[in-house]
Write a new protein. Structure first.
Length: 245
């Protein structure tokens, strides 16, 4: 059977998230997905809900000196911000270490070379990544192909409207964690997605300021950022609205 999975979603357990687990599952089902990976910032989902005919894959997004690292199928804390240690702890738990949106803010491939051997794959489609660097996803795809790394795709959704804007498509024999992980490791996945509105990023940043008790200067900066996002959404974006890799 063919499964469509969004392998990068944030719940309200992230400072900039707002969705409950039940809301994530309901919205994902509406979007025609068969499963999601919940990857909150530096916080592992240790008790994923069990839902009939739908998978909630436990994950985490670790902030490291080389950028963000997704841990999929993890079962316990990844209590380090060191990239090498984080990858090791993910693997010790039987999880997959996936480099998230590697070129969202940087275009320097050389900085990543020391950690590429530690990876199980690269996020080649992230629905938020292209906003600062229009070639971010294309560059991630080129990196995966040139280094023989498995492709992964996700929306990086922080709001319900973003769920399903990035998907990983795999063929499996059963809707189980084991079957999905085996299919991903086989490297036969396809990715597809559409770019999320920049305004959704602004909304999630506003959530973060409210929840962390930010000062008025932070809100002033947010206002300027929000105007930039609105302007960006008003401009036509080159290329197709739905991309497959």
């Amino acid at each position: 059977m063919e499964l469509r999975l969004d392998l990068h979603i944030h719940s309200r357990r992230s400072p900039d998230g707002c969705m409950s687990m039940s809301e994530i599952v309901a919205r994902a089902k509406e979007a025609g997905l068969n499963g999601v990976a919940v990857c909150d910032h530096d916080l592992v989902l240790t008790d994923p809900p069990e839902t009939a005919d739908f998978l909630v894959i436990p994950g985490v997004e670790v902030s490291t000196e080389y950028g963000h690292l997704l841990g999929l199928f993890v079962t316990g804390p990844v209590d380090t911000r060191d990239f090498r240690q984080a990858a090791e702890r993910i693997h010790q738990q039987g999880g997959l270490a996936v480099l998230a949106h590697p070129f969202q803010r940087h275009s320097d491939l050389a900085r990543l070379e020391p950690v590429l051997p530690l990876l199980d794959g690269v996020e080649v489609w992230n629905s938020r990544a292209d906003r600062k660097n229009p070639r971010a996803n294309a560059m991630a795809g080129e990196l995966a192909r040139s280094c023989g790394l498995r492709p992964f795709g996700g929306s990086d959704a922080h709001l319900p409207q973003e769920i399903g804007n990035g998907v990983t498509v795999v063929e499996v024999e059963a809707l189980t964690m084991e079957a999905v992980k085996a299919a991903l490791l086989a490297g036969q996945a396809r990715t597809a997605g559409r770019r999320s509105r920049a305004w959704y990023t602004a909304r999630s940043q506003l959530n973060k300021r409210r929840r962390t008790g930010a000062g008025w200067t932070a809100y002033l900066k947010w206002g300027a950022f929000a105007l930039k996002c609105l302007a960006q959404d008003a401009l036509p974006w080159p290329g197709s609205n739905w991309n497959e890799m």
